[in-house]
Ligand binder design. Sequence first.
Ligand code: DX5
Ligand code: ZN
Length: 227
Amino acid sequence: MQIQILPSLLAADFGHLADDIARAEASGAEALHLDVMDAHFVPNLSFGPDVVAVARAVAPGFYRHVHLMMTRPDLYLEPFAAAGAQTIQIHVEADCDIHAGLARIRAMGLRPAVVINPETPADAVYPYLRECDEVLVMTVHPGYGGQSFIAGCLRKVSDIRRRASVLGLDGLDIMVDGGVNGETGPQAAAAGANQFVAGSYLFRQKDMASAVRELRSACAASFTASP
Ligand code: DX5
Ligand code: ZN
């Protein structure tokens, strides 16, 4: 499986947003992770489609994953697609028809993904595994960067990887987001994750490119396809 590292723009310096998008792209990371918060689904506000459009303008070739921490993501799928989202991730805990949301994302030619919060059991995503390209297992309570990794979520990563394998979905991407660093990333890889979002850990590095390379190789060395 391809191991991917995704810097989270939430940890960027918003006074120098374009520079930090360019720095993330130049680090060699596979994609940019953009966290959208609505102050209802999570107790924080971040940004909307305009910032996704800035990322596209600054770094057109840098793939954009948009993580919608929104109670009603279904109201905003088209605006995010128009702004340049390439993967759109919606929470199974959202207040909308998840099957329909995933189908609409797919119909726009984008990659659909589902997300589960730390307290949500793994089997909450099972009804959607054939309809999405990726599952994001939150490893912190969403809303803020810089929190500590919740190791108890790793069991869900393995459960979802095994379930996907039973269904013949060996190419399913499984992502972890929250508290990922050089120590916790490889733990998630051992549980079957192949995509790693890291915000504060990567943006605080002087040399982001080395940190991305080291994190990728440590995760690749620990990755287990049959956990
Ligand atoms: C949390 C966001 C994360 C966040 C991760 O609600 O979904 O993407 O930016 O930040 P770190 O890597 O600092 O935990
Ligand atoms: Zn996120």
